[in-house]
Design a protein around this ligand. Sequence first.
Ligand SMILES: C[S@@+](CC[C@H](N)C(=O)[O-])C[C@H]1O[C@@H](n2cnc3c(N)ncnc32)[C@H](O)[C@@H]1O
Ligand code: SF4
Length: 410
Amino acid sequence: MPSALPDGESAPSDGRLPESALRGLGRRPFGVYVHVPFCATRCGYCDFNTYTAADLASSPASPQSWLDGLRRELALAADVLGAPPPADTVFVGGGTPSLLGATGLAAVLDAVRSSFGLARDAEVTTESNPESTSPEFFAGIRDAGYNRVSLGMQSAAPHVLAVLDRTHTPGRAAAAAREARAAGFAHVNLDLIYGTPGESAADLTASLDTVLAAGVDHVSAYALIVEEGTALARRIARGELAAPDDDVLADRYEQVDGVLSAAGLHWYEVSNWAAGPAAWCRHNLGYWHGADWWGAGPGAHSHVGGVRWWNVKHPAKYASLLASGASPAAARELLSTSDRELERVMLELRLVDGLVIDALAPQAQREARTMAAEGLLDAAAIEGVHGRFGRCVLTLPGRLLADAVVRRLT
Ligand SMILES: C[S@@+](CC[C@H](N)C(=O)[O-])C[C@H]1O[C@@H](n2cnc3c(N)ncnc32)[C@H](O)[C@@H]1O
Ligand code: SF4
């Protein structure tokens, strides 16, 4: 969830979309994202659109006004989309959705169901902070219809968790993953952050061992990003902590990939590993393939048929706009064909299936072959194997330089 809103044209207050955006709706996968903008405390590295109780103390915003607003936004979405397709995927993210408890998350899913309905085999995920989960919580959300859980773990090393301002104990995330599995969740993800100042290779080994022992079928591992305006950025600026080092980050990425691959969790997107295609996150694949999704909640982004828009960020403003019958959209942009092609290159190149080389301009195709010779793209895949079209697929060195590879192709 980007923190800064890009410039866009103003969005109509009734939320209407151009006719052209609605064409083909339902023939592409359709996802629903719900943003829960609440956290118990703010982690020092995080700049997501989320608020603690103290942040909202002098504002009328509350979980109840947020839920009222969400119900109104989902009803508006169903109206704007006309005959909305049932949701193929639902992703309740944040912030900390687990702070709503199983009852609150059941209410969220009921609201999605009553506005859109769910496809028969819908993937329904909720993010959770290990601290606000329990066996009863997992049993409750499973009963409510969730079938995938994503937990923020970050590290198993106590001193790394301390630098990240994580308040859970090192073992709590893995214990929560086990509780989720015991409650019947076949699909459980753990998020890791690598490259935190002071994290050694041995600390990361301990984190990876803990993840594997928890028996999850999906791992997301992100290089620590020092976001402007965060407590972490201030500590680095004051010289209290060293900034993450690019060479160390590359070593750590290779370590993550080596350990997870050896254990049967293979990369399918640069920062995501899974036990097989059935464990891939279909909701995120929708983003990466340019599908349609409605993002509901403060600051949430949406994309339908080449129109992208984003909501106001503050929960009080969000709730008051919806209470007055207006759309919560702050601004929107209409993507041109060339914008969409550029995004397609940027996103699909990061996937294990890569990008069909024919989608590139002739000059970019020549550059792709140069990068295959340099070892950044898979040389066999680019020529096409087993009757498949030639594809640009990142090698391990290419994954380490994914942004640079994209720049050379666009
Ligand atoms: C919404 S949180 C996950 C759920 C819950 N809020 C939690 O933290 O346990 C999404 C994930 O984004 C990742 N993340 C957030 N800020 C980051 C940063 N600055 N650098 C790298 N990863 C980050 C973390 O791995 C985090 O688990
Ligand atoms: S990482 Fe998760 S728990 Fe921490 S502030 Fe961000 S959203 Fe909240």
